[in-house]
Design a protein around this ligand. Structure first.
Ligand SMILES: [Mg+2]
Length: 372
């Protein structure tokens, strides 16, 4: 097959207002909307889409792709890596290119990337603040819906109270449901200048969580504390997860070199892209670790990550952001024609159509469009 050349790249901005707002555990400010950038790439008769957060530095660089062969992905990723050094994350562009590549080959993306089965098992990833009682009640409700695993957040400064919260959830849901805990110490937003936990605090928390049968503790230290994370793994015996905050694949290579993590969570739409994730997956498996992505964001972020996870994840569960009513499926997936759903056993079936397998309803989205 001859070259299929990129005609144009369009970026469109959408925003879904949130009333009531979403009080994310890792964000001091309540979120009053969910913003999405949708990338649309046209190449001859094909159209590819990808989505994520803002791509403020991409505008003006479309010419670097126009006229290039869609399938020259190594070259495109090298260009995106050059751009991100100065202009920030660019990965929704790569997702749209993979959507195109898989469509050209007539395969769902998960199959194009070597997957045998287009389904993954979800862990419900909670994210809302609330009183301890509210958070326990929400976790029980979610467990009752059939999710096999739930991720809880620790965000209050009083870690003793947060451990008591996890213990109360364990007692309420029993041992059948796996629990993960995200400490969100790896990176911070804007004006949040708190320092990450010390190794001593992280170790004390990890030991308690290990006794509660927690499946993993996520981001217990700063993201560049490679040696500290490795030490924590050794001392606590609990699985340690991280990697969502890596800005480049080389940071994950550094984690591998140090033995920093049991669970690698790079996000294909947010931090290192599809190609680098596919390249890293066998190295992670060879190290005896797991890859299962961070997927928090809008529905296109989740969808792209689920495709790649179905192809190359070696972990039993994949993150499925879900914490109604503040972070409902309908809010999360508003850019998709219909929300992605888990079945009664927690499985999410991916589309069988080519590429990402969704046709966006551009007309319906128009009323939420804010730019581009
Ligand atoms: Mg996380």
């Amino acid at each position: 097959m001859g070259a299929i050349r990129i005609d144009r790249i369009e970026l469109r901005q959408y925003s879904l207002p949130f009333e009531p707002p979403f009080h994310a555990a890792w964000d001091p400010a309540p979120r009053r909307s969910l913003d999405a950038t949708v990338v649309r790439i046209v190449a001859g008769e094909y159209e590819g889409v990808g989505g994520g957060g803002p791509l403020p530095g991409f505008a003006g660089n479309e010419h670097l792709f126009a006229g290039e062969d869609v399938r020259d992905i190594e070259r495109h990723v090298a260009v995106l890596e050059n751009l991100q050094f100065l202009h920030g994350k660019m990965w929704p562009i790569e997702v749209a290119l993979w959507d195109l590549i898989a469509k050209i080959d007539g395969l769902p993306l998960w199959r194009r990337l070597g997957g045998a089965e287009g389904r993954v098992r979800a862990y419900a990833s909670t994210g809302s603040r609330g009183t301890v009682d509210e958070r326990i009640e929400r976790a029980c409700r979610i467990a009752g819906e059939g999710y096999p695993a739930i991720k809880l957040r620790m965000y209050e400064d009083d870690v003793g109270a947060e451990i008591a919260f996890v213990r109360a959830v364990r007692e309420a849901v029993g041992d059948e449901v796996e629990l993960m805990v995200d400490a969100n110490q790896g990176w911070r937003l804007g004006g949040d200048t708190r320092r990450p936990w010390s190794l001593e605090t992280a170790e004390a928390v990890a030991r308690e969580l290990n006794e509660l049968g927690v499946y993993w503790l996520e981001e217990p230290l700063g993201r560049h504390d490679y040696a500290g994370l490795a030490e924590l793994r050794m001392r606590s015996g609990l699985r340690i997860a991280g990697g969502e905050g890596a800005c480049e694949a080389v940071e994950l290579e550094e984690c591998l070199r140090h033995g920093s993590l049991d669970v690698y969570q790079q996000d294909v739409a947010w931090n290192v892209g599809v190609l680098r994730t596919v390249e890293l997956a066998p190295k992670i498996a060879a190290a005896g670790a797991m890859y299962t992505p961070h997927t928090w964001g809008n529905g296109l972020v989740l969808l792209a990550n689920l495709h790649v996870a179905a192809a190359v994840s070696n972990a039993p569960y994949v993150e499925f952001p879900y914490d109604p009513p503040e972070f409902s499926l309908e809010r999360r997936d508003y850019v998709l024609p219909a929300p992605l759903r888990a079945d009664a056993d927690g499985y999410v079936q991916l589309p069988e159509g080519p590429g990402l397998g969704v046709e966006l309803d551009w007309e319906a989205l128009e009323e939420l469009r804010t730019g581009g």
